[in-house]
Design a protein. Structure first.
Length: 328
């Protein structure tokens, strides 16, 4: 059995699809589907069961001898969420419980952290798993803090010599994009947001810059196509001796202008771009630059090359966003 928490979400559902494609036939999704179209992310999958988060403890306890690995992708991922208690209950408490269960039963735990833990980036993007290194980071929102809190728990457990899960691997996902993210609304990546603008008006609207060292639309992020992110997770599944905290980006930051131009090119259209004001609520906690330092994951043995931004955007636009059925 392979358990995927958040398995109906964006990253989780793509992982479930990849696990099914490689022949796994006992995949259990732990998630809540709600009342929107999130269920469509799983509509094509052959899965063994869908369990609500409150059933996770019993699921693990009853099947502990048959569990190959747990992928913990479930979380409240809305960076604008203000209910810190809800974020702690979903992101911190569930993660902590999974850590304890995985350690108790010697299970393998591969979990989602986030590049948002790096805050404004002033401390760099080094994925060192140590209390000292993590203590220098200052997340800018409650979501990022909840992920950072768990990373620090893992570092503390390792440094204190506590009994750990049979495998523990955290992934600091950078800006992942690809199919099955439409249910996220305003929190989906900029690619479908720009695509919708272009399809509706012919114009892509990008934020103005409020820093002199970045031109309008020149804010840069490390964008990684979902297929590459999933490949790294499957590699961890195939390499149970690999433990640690790892960045998961491409290692090459690209601008929002690059994204817009790639979408226009995929659609065969001339670029039409408008720069708009950034909401004041974002200006003091906006990341102008992220770029994954990928040396640790590479040193651990993951050598697959990453898709270029242009290739990932083109695949996403032509194979999904413009298709009658945009779901994987």
């Amino acid at each position: 059995m392979i358990i995927v928490t958040g398995g109906a979400g964006f990253i989780g559902s793509n992982l479930v699809a990849a696990l099914e494609a490689r022949g796994e036939n006992d995949i259990v999704v732990v998630d809540r589907l709600g009342s929107d179209d999130k269920w469509r992310n799983l509509a094509k999958r052959d899965i063994a069961d869908i369990v609500p988060p409150e059933g996770l403890h019993d699921l693990i306890a009853l099947n502990r001898r048959g569990i190959e690995a747990i992928f913990h992708m479930g979380a409240i991922s809305d960076t604008m969420e203000r209910d810190a208690d809800s974020i702690l209950a979903n992101n911190w408490r569930l993660s902590l419980d999974l850590w304890k269960l995985s350690a108790r039963y010697d299970l393998r735990l591969i979990y989602a952290s986030s590049a948002a833990t790096y805050g404004d980036g002033s401390q760099g993007f080094d994925d060192e798993l140590s209390r000292a290194a993590l203590g220098r980071l200052v997340p800018l929102n409650a979501y990022a803090w909840s992920k950072h809190l768990f990373d620090r728990k893992v570092a503390r457990a390792v440094e204190n010599g506590e009994h750990t899960p049979a495998q523990y691997a955290g992934l600091k996902f950078f800006n992942v994009f690809g199919p099955n993210e439409l249910h996220k609304g305003s929190q989906m990546s900029v690619i479908p947001q720009f695509y919708n603008q272009i399809a509706g008006t012919g114009i892509a609207r990008l934020f103005k810059s409020y820093r002199p060292d970045y031109p309008d639309g020149g804010q840069r992020r490390d964008f990684i196509y979902i297929d590459d992110a999933v490949a790294a997770m499957l590699w961890l599944l195939d390499n149970p001796s690999v433990n640690g905290l790892f960045n998961l980006g491409t290692g090459a930051a690209r601008s929002f202008l690059d994204i817009a131009h790639a979408i226009f090119a995929a659609l065969g259209k001339a670029p039409q771009i408008e720069f708009i004001d950034m909401p004041e609520t974002l200006r003091d906690r906006y990341q102008y630059f992220t770029e994954a330092r990928m040396s640790r994951l590479r040193a651990a043995g993951f050598q697959q090359p990453f898709s270029t931004l242009e290739r990932g955007v083109t695949d996403y636009v032509t194979d999904y966003l413009t298709a009658p059925d945009p779901y994987r």
